[in-house]
Design a protein. Structure first.
Length: 639
């Protein structure tokens, strides 16, 4: 045992204390400290540290650097304000404070539990990305050797628990284990080559999709990480922004037909490398990358997979390399909101590889996005449904197809078809945040507002960034919780959809100045978004120019009719705007269309203050009776 400054260091019991308080260290950081403390003021070379801390592994200097940084962070500074560990340039390291070696303590205080190693184990893997080193029985036993008295007590307790479980007729309710939080960042292109830049995002997306079936992981979706495509990565800042405990970063370099991909899996809290590897392969073997990286992540995080999850991580069936490149390009273009070009790429992919389910799923997603956000209309919805159905016929448990097909069904007023898809998807992965979010979206359309909020909150618990800039938790708004609704919106003022909703929340609160400000801002950002044009009409009413607002709404109605847009929630907002502007006949006409097309949140409709101008009309009562019948039928069927 050793003492230095305020620390007491007990290597045999794997314990470091500062003023009697345990200091957490990763296993490798602890081993580094052992070597430095035992050497005292003597210079410890890098070679000696690598030899003693990683005796049977080949690792790079970066592994030592990361663990040394973590150790220094935990030690802090000496009373004189210096670091405990001095770096000797090009030589090694020196422990700079006096160390006192204490006599051996053979008597252990029985009141103190034996120290256990941190659950975060640094993985030292071959740089080739080969198999993990195997642990021997002796290794395992040495890591978890317990005091016999403690072991006996554990056996007794476990036996007692077994009796309780055996005699209990009712299973004990257990909270779901919180999934690990992982972000896979876009791979960085080491060449200044715009023709291959698409690989950075699309390869990361492929790995994200692959891991979407692992229930022990909550993997941040592709849209959450795409902003890191071309910027330097500050690990702590990115991890905090994405609220994750683990990050995968990578680079790629293409030279002709050869491509080299390197990855590292980083435990953010301990600042240690869980795995680092490189893959050298031919360009036409790109499909294998997602399988190799996904499997290394599972091993590096020591995840336990169910048989079905393990099956999903096995190597994909062979796909034509050219078709796969078209697929990757389409995925990248979709992320840039270039839906028309994305569709062309994915159409070509499905033409060359008609049995690749993921291409069909992404093609359906692209058609649906074009129909919804760019007013593509009924034709694109039909194409989207056909693509989703083809994907599910090829692979019935395809999550991307289930999630986005359900989203399309809700968008088009078919929530009764959306809910079964999503509930079935939850059986595949109950920790997939996007499934919970889409289920909350469907419940909202049907007027199950409390249930909608519960699912939305569950989604945000798993992933605080889920659908953050492309969807809003309107359940709060529909229940009249306006402040809570506004607080739930992301702090961004550059996304037209979100800025519109910020204005809409202000409108409900009768904060007219703020509402106009946000409606105008949204229109300046992107006037093609349907909700943004409705906001423009609301702004005209605030400015006492109702005829101008009504003209905007009439033009919008004509466009919707021509293109076959059927989003009933968005259409409902047109009815609200007509009512607010004093055009009661148009408000009733559009409200009826909204309800008939599948937006029937009856508890909201009968209390919405924006419909006060038409509430006493007999036609309004008829429309409400239709909404009530469908709302009750939905509740009876699904609840």
């Amino acid at each position: 045992m050793y003492e230095f400054c305020r620390f007491r260091f007990d290597p045999p019991n794997h314990l470091l204390e500062r003023d009697g308080t345990p200091v957490p260290l990763t296993p490798k950081a602890f081993e580094i400290l052992v070597v430095l403390v035992q050497n005292g003021s003597r210079l410890t070379t890098k070679e000696e540290l690598m030899r003693k801390v990683w005796p049977d592994s080949f690792v790079e200097d970066a592994n030592l650097t990361v663990n040394m940084s973590a150790l220094r962070k935990q030690l802090g500074e000496t009373p004189a304000g210096e670091a405990y560990i001095q770096t000797v340039p090009r030589k090694g390291y020196r422990f700079v404070v006096p160390v006192t070696e204490l006599p051996d303590e053979s008597v252990v205080d029985p009141s103190q539990p034996p120290a256990l190693e941190s659950k975060f184990l640094t993985r030292d893997l071959p740089i080739s990305g080969g198999p993990l080193p195997q642990r021997t029985e002796e290794d395992v036993g040495s890591r978890f050797r317990l005091n016999p008295l403690i072991l006996s007590l554990i056996v007794v307790v476990l036996a007692g628990l077994g009796l309780v479980a055996y005699h209990s007729k009712t299973p004990v309710a257990r909270h779901p284990h919180p999934p690990g939080r992982l972000a896979i960042l876009p791979f960085q292109n080491l060449h200044q080559d715009t023709n291959t830049d698409f690989l950075g995002f699309s390869l990361a997306d492929a790995v994200i999709t692959k891991l979407g079936y692992v229930s022990e992981l909550s993997v941040r979706p592709s849209y959450a990480v795409q902003k890191y495509k071309s910027q330097p990565i500050d690990i702590p800042r990115v991890a905090a922004d994405l609220n994750v405990s683990t990050l995968l970063t990578g680079t790629f370099l293409r030279e002709g037909d050869d491509i080299r991909i390197t990855c590292q899996l980083i435990d953010v809290k301990s600042e240690s490398l869980l795995w680092k590897g490189a893959f050298d392969l031919k360009y036409d073997k790109l499909l294998t990358v997602q399988d190799k990286v996904a499997n290394q992540i599972v091993q590096g995080l020591e995840l336990t997979l169910s048989p079905s999850e393990a099956g999903r991580l096995r190597t994909e069936a062979t796909v034509d390399p050219v078709a796969y490149e078209y697929f990757l390009r389409g995925v990248d273009l979709y992320a840039k909101d270039e839906f028309v070009m994305a569709a062309k790429m994915l159409e070509k992919s499905t033409e060359l590889a008609p049995n690749y389910a993921l291409s069909w799923a992404n093609l359906g997603k692209t058609y649906a996005a074009n129909a919804s956000f760019q007013l593509g209309g009924a034709e694109h919805y039909r194409k989207a449904q056909a693509a989703f159905e083809r994907a599910l016929s090829l692979q019935p448990d395809e999550l991307e197809a289930r999630i986005y097909m359900a989203n399309m069904f809700t968008d088009t007023g078919r929530v009764e078809q959306a809910v079964p898809l999503l509930r079935e998807a939850l059986k595949t992965n109950p920790n997939q945040a996007e499934i919970h979010w889409e289920l909350g979206y469907a419940y909202r359309f049907a007027g199950m507002l409390a249930e909608s909020i519960a699912e939305s909150e569950r989604a945000r618990q798993i992933d605080p960034g889920v659908k953050l800039t492309s969807s809003a938790p309107n359940g709060y708004l529909y229940l009249g919780e306006y402040d809570r609704f506004i607080e739930s919106l992301p702090q961004t003022y550059d996304v037209a959809f979100i800025v519109f909703y910020r204005g809409f929340g202000a409108y409900y609160k009768k904060d007219w100045d703020q509402a106009v400000k946000y409606f105008d801002r949204a229109f300046d950002i992107d006037r093609s978004v349907l909700q943004v044009q409705i906001g423009r009409a609301f702004a005209s009413g605030i400015r006492h120019q109702p005829s101008e607002g009504i003209a905007i709404l009439h033009a919008l109605e004509n466009t919707i009719g021509e293109r076959g847009v059927v989003d009933p929630e968005a259409i409902y907002k047109i009815a609200q705007a007509y009512a607010a502007l004093g055009d009661k006949a148009s408000a009733l006409r559009v409200l009826s269309r909204s309800v008939e097309n599948g937006f029937f949140p009856y508890p909201y409709l009968v209390t919405d203050p924006l419909l006060d101008a038409i509430r006493s009309d007999l036609e309004f009562a008829k429309i409400m009776s239709i909404a009530l019948r469908r709302h009750e039928a939905f509740k009876s069927r699904f609840f």
